[in-house]
Design a protein around this ligand. Sequence first.
Ligand code: FPP
Length: 231
Amino acid sequence: MPQHLAIIMDGNGRWAKNRGLPRSAGHREGAKAVKRVISSCLDFNIPILTIFAFSTENWKRPKNEITYLLKLFERVLSKEKANLIKNNIKINFIGRLNDLPNSLTEKMKELHESTKKNNKLILNIAINYGGRAEIIDALKSITLKIVEKKLNIEEINEDTIRDNLYTHNLPDPDLLIRTAGEMRISNFMIWQIAYSELWVTPVLWPDFDKTNFIEAIRSFQKRVRKYGGKM
Ligand code: FPP
């Protein structure tokens, strides 16, 4: 079983367009697929799930879509709070969280606080997240440690970078799933996925179900991981 599963949830817009519905309907249905995938992780004892909810590039979308998405996050977090607690799920948020609306960050802080002792599943929600922004932020904190003489330049190694990323205390994803067929990484966890197995499906995110989930896990289980070495 992968110990850390990461997902680029793509295709909400196309799902809605195919049905002649507004993009918001695709996002709403996408939230249901998030619930399904969380439940699959619980069923299969996958301890860490990271989902890409909103990228630093998503601010380029039409204003009404951005407003809808941020409100949807807020609504879903409130509505699902009790359920997340009941299922022993710990919620972390990764990204430039300070640039989000106050009402949303309040909800995020509250949810993080009230779930921080849970240990069945760690759910990382990447929001206002960009892999390059994450590396820039890591560089800034490393530089600060050097300036404050808490770190020597010669000591910088892979662990130094890892320890300063938003995901600092977590293992790298074993498997990265992308829905809606696009063969790209889109600035998602670019440091952490260096050796992750990739699985891309044409299925649009709102349609992603347990059968697709199992298909991805089966494919992962057939892979021989070499990490640059020979097996
Ligand atoms: C990609 O589809 C999806 C997003 C940018 C937003 C992800 C949000 C959700 C799945 C809703 C609920 C999430 C949480 C965490 C409660 P797209 O709009 O890029 O689709 P397209 O490429 O077909 O246009």
